[in-house]
Design a protein around this ligand. Structure first.
Ligand SMILES: [Zn+2]
Length: 419
């Protein structure tokens, strides 16, 4: 009996997911072949002849632009005051903001001014019998999920392969940051591996404005397929989770500096490049040029900052009751980072250098677990947050739907999912 019920439930879920996937695909197909026209900023039916758009240039001020468009000094003052009190706007950004002047007919005085300080916000100032009134309108972006997939070729870096796959720089950097929690880019990346990214593009009036969030990442790493999904919990907080719903964001990073080559790995015995004799290498060396910022691998507190012959300038952070990290050979420390300072994950604590026993600029990075040095590339790192029972069930369902969507997009990379 129990079994039959289970089967029934599973079938329903599968049916539901299938239906949703079909809907997503239909929407995607329809939209892929619909080309919308970009046009005026406003949609209130005013003919284009009665509008006049001014792009703010460097040196322009609101009063200058208003005066040039026929406003009196008193009107300029009143509008400036309304903007300050009702929209918290005191200045215009050169080469960025747009101002639209609207008239009821071509010869009439301006009845409405629209300031567009960002694609997602516009401020409308309307002339009324009681003077100028101001209203802020938030614009919801139209979101699409797009899919890009690539392959690592011989001699490739993930960045090169990602750019070739058409993944925009900002998205690629985010993907790298995410994967860095799980992968060692030096040792896990090989020619022939495939990867894919699902991310948002934001549109306003049918025109692409910018990219949004990374929704899903997949990488066929040497140690196994790494998958991460962005998911919003019931409490409204978003995070990244692996396919089983475990937190993908770890409390520590294996590679604090992005895209830095590993020049020496963790080992219990290696010939020291300066000392010449064999001894353990208790960390990992990343090659980077002098002055490269060193981000904290995780949130924590500075427990040591100083100089010794081996490490040169170094900082040690304590992250929780069991984990500490150490960063050596720094050229200098970041301003204000002293013993006792609390740091966030990713916050710059110092800069790459070659102080102490070092043959050239690099970061020597150690992870210490319960007082013992461990291999940063292989140690199991604690996740920041895992999902509760209800969130986890929702996540698993969402993940299956998203996977189905990704599967379709992988067959039709020019399609997208309307969100
Ligand atoms: Zn080292």
């Amino acid at each position: 009996m129990k079994k039959a019920k289970d089967i029934l439930n599973t079938t329903n879920i599968v049916r539901g997911i299938f239906a949703l996937a079909i809907i997503l695909i239909i929407v995607a197909v329809v939209l892929a072949f619909t080309h919308r026209k970009g046009g005026s900023i406003l949609h209130d039916g005013t003919p284009d002849d009665n509008r006049h758009i001014v792009v703010v240039n460097s040196g322009d001020t609101l009063s200058k632009i208003l005066t040039e468009n026929g406003f009196t000094n008193a009107q300029v003052l009143e509008i400036a005051q309304v903007l300050k009190s009702d929209a918290n706007l005191t200045s215009l950004r050169a080469d960025n903001d747009k101002i639209e002047f609207v008239r009821s007919d071509a010869d009439a005085p301006v009845s409405k001014i629209v300031i567009i300080p960002s694609p997602w916000r516009q401020i409308e100032i309307t002339g009324t019998d009681d003077g100028w009134k101001c209203q802020t309108v938030e614009i919801q972006p139209e979101r699409r999920a797009v899919y890009r997939a690539g392959e690592i070729l011989d001699g490739d870096s993930f960045y090169l392969a990602g750019a070739r796959a058409g993944i925009p720089d900002g998205i690629l950097a985010e993907v790298y940051d995410l994967l860095a929690f799980e992968m060692d880019f030096e040792r896990d990346v090989r020619a022939g591996q495939h990867f894919s990214v699902l991310y948002e593009e934001n549109f306003a009036n049918g025109q692409k404005v910018d990219n949004g969030n990374v929704l899903a990442v997949q990488f066929e790493a040497l140690r196994g397929n790494v998958k991460m999904y962005r998911f919003k919990k019931a409490d409204g907080k978003t995070g990244y989770y692996d396919e089983n719903g475990n937190g993908a964001i770890k409390s520590l990073k294996r590679t604090p500096i992005n895209n830095a080559k590993v020049t020496s790995s963790f080992s219990t015995s290696r010939k020291h490049p300066v000392l010449g004799y064999t001894r353990a290498h208790k960390g990992v060396d990343f090659r980077a040029s002098t002055g490269t910022p060193i981000p904290a691998a995780g949130a924590g507190r500075v427990v040591a900052r100083g100089y010794n012959n081996g490490h040169g300038n170094y900082i040690k952070l304590r992250h929780n009751s069991s984990f500490e990290t150490l960063y050596a050979h720094m050229s200098r420390f970041a301003k204000g980072v002293v013993v006792g300072t609390t740091v966030k994950q990713g916050q710059t604590i110092g800069y790459v250098g070659s102080t102490g026993l070092s043959t050239g600029p690099h970061l020597h990075y150690e992870i210490i677990k319960d007082g013992k040095h461990v291999n940063p590339m292989t140690v199991k790192l604690p996740a920041i947050s895992n999902l509760g029972k209800e969130d986890k069930e929702k996540f698993l369902e969402y993940r299956k739907t998203l996977d189905a969507g990704i599967e379709h997009l992988s067959q039709h990379p020019d399609w997208f999912i309307q969100l």
